[in-house]
Write a protein of this length. Structure first.
Length: 154
């Protein structure tokens, strides 16, 4: 492994992002290619009217190989942090978080690879709530598969 390089995604990166996503994360996430394009470019369908600022999408490369990505929405919430399995434990996720500087994390706790909560706690985030997939505070007995985590301000 060479030095990992992190940079902001550009429209030419979209096919590479789709490939990484489809080959490694499709079983845990549903993210249509159009959502990836809109996150990177800010394009919206005509029915929505104007173009909005894109999300911040950051990519991690080992030479020319895409090994990770972070998607931070306009409000500073890390919605997705994806690191290729062969690069986990090598500092790629920590580097992406450091580069992206999210203020909040939306943590999906029922991934097939396990609950990433301990990783985010090592990055200084603490859980402030747990919700269902649609952002609702579930009633007793309902599935709580999304944690909202923040970094306490000193």
């Amino acid at each position: 492994m060479k030095e990992i390089v992190i940079r902001k995604a550009m429209p030419d990166d979209i096919p590479m992002i789709r490939q990484l996503f489809d080959s490694h994360y499709r079983k845990d996430y549903f993210l249509p290619g159009s959502h990836i394009r809109r996150a990177v470019t800010g394009e919206v369908e005509a029915r929505f009217g104007k173009q909005r600022n894109p999300h911040n999408v950051y990519l991690a490369f080992d030479d020319s190989l895409l090994v990770g990505m972070a998607l931070v929405n306009r409000s500073g919430c890390l919605n997705n942090l994806l690191v290729h399995k062969q690069y986990r434990g090598c500092g790629v996720g920590s580097s992406l978080i450091s580069f992206a500087s999210p203020t909040k994390v939306r943590c999906k706790v029922d991934n097939s690879d396990g609950d990433p909560t301990p990783f985010y706690e090592k990055q200084g985030f603490v859980t402030i709530g747990q919700y269902d997939l649609w952002g609702n505070l579930p009633l007793d007995g309902k599935k709580r598969n999304i944690k909202i985590m923040v970094k306490p301000q000193c």
